[in-house]
Design a protein. Structure first.
Length: 236
């Protein structure tokens, strides 16, 4: 793995037009692209995901600035995932063949005529026999006629998207949050850092922290509230 200094040097060289440095940065960070791409492999072909993720990675390389105060991986992960999500949102992951579309249209016509003549919907067996296909193929064609719900459709008044409610074994988002939180805590003044570590990593009470720091519990409470507010602002 590259050190932080090597990463910054290669990025600066890449931004100055050094193609070799850019290619090395892409190669070194390809495991990161693959780990993010795996999360979306049910929506888009894996090779396409790698290409999209690589594009997001390249954009991260070209736009990164060490003055951001975060590691490159912290900056790159949202950009890689964002490139993939934009493709899914704009292009749509579902591709239906012309043959299936034609069969679906044929089924729609037959079903409408059957309803008009019989006052009820035809069975799958009747549909399959009428259009000359296996029942499984008729079911597939019927499913293709259903309008998919966009994963980027807002599902509540707070503006949350459906994709945010999906559970996944992939821990990419949690990993990004942990990386960002760690970097934010590292950047805190020494006393603020100690308060957070004692309170949230060693499970000390405010009174115990006050004793360790030689201040009052009220002061610790106020300091903690301010630190948490600052951390939230940095994280967002």
């Amino acid at each position: 793995m590259l050190t932080y200094e090597e990463t910054v040097r290669l990025i600066k060289e890449a931004q100055a037009g050094d193609r070799d440095s850019a290619e090395r940065m892409v190669a070194e960070n390809m495991p990161l692209v693959k780990s993010i791409a795996k999360r979306y492999r049910n929506a888009v072909e894996y090779d396409d995901l790698i290409q999209l993720g690589s594009l997001g990675l390249y954009k991260a390389i070209m736009n990164f600035n060490s003055g951001f105060g975060v590691k490159f991986s912290t900056y790159a992960v949202p950009m890689i995932a964002g490139e993939i999500k934009r493709h899914i949102r704009d292009e749509g992951p579902i591709k239906i063949s012309r043959k299936t579309k034609s069969l679906a249209a044929q089924i729609a016509r037959y079903s409408e005529e059957y309803r008009q003549n019989n006052g009820e919907d035809p069975t799958i067996k009747q549909i399959a026999e009428a259009v000359g296909v296996e029942e499984a193929e008729a079911v597939y064609a019927l499913d293709s006629m259903q309008a998919p719900v966009s994963l980027y459709e807002k599902y509540d008044e707070d503006g949350c998207y459906l994709i945010d409610t999906l559970k996944t074994e992939d821990q990419t988002d949690a990993m990004v949050d942990r990386i960002m939180l760690r970097e934010c805590i590292k950047a805190l003044p020494e006393r603020d850092k100690k308060i957070i570590l004692l309170r949230y990593y060693r499970d000390k009470t405010q009174t115990e922290v006050a004793t360790i720091l030689g201040v009052s519990q009220v002061q610790v409470s106020r300091l903690e509230a301010r630190i948490l507010r600052e951390l939230r602002e940095k994280m967002t």
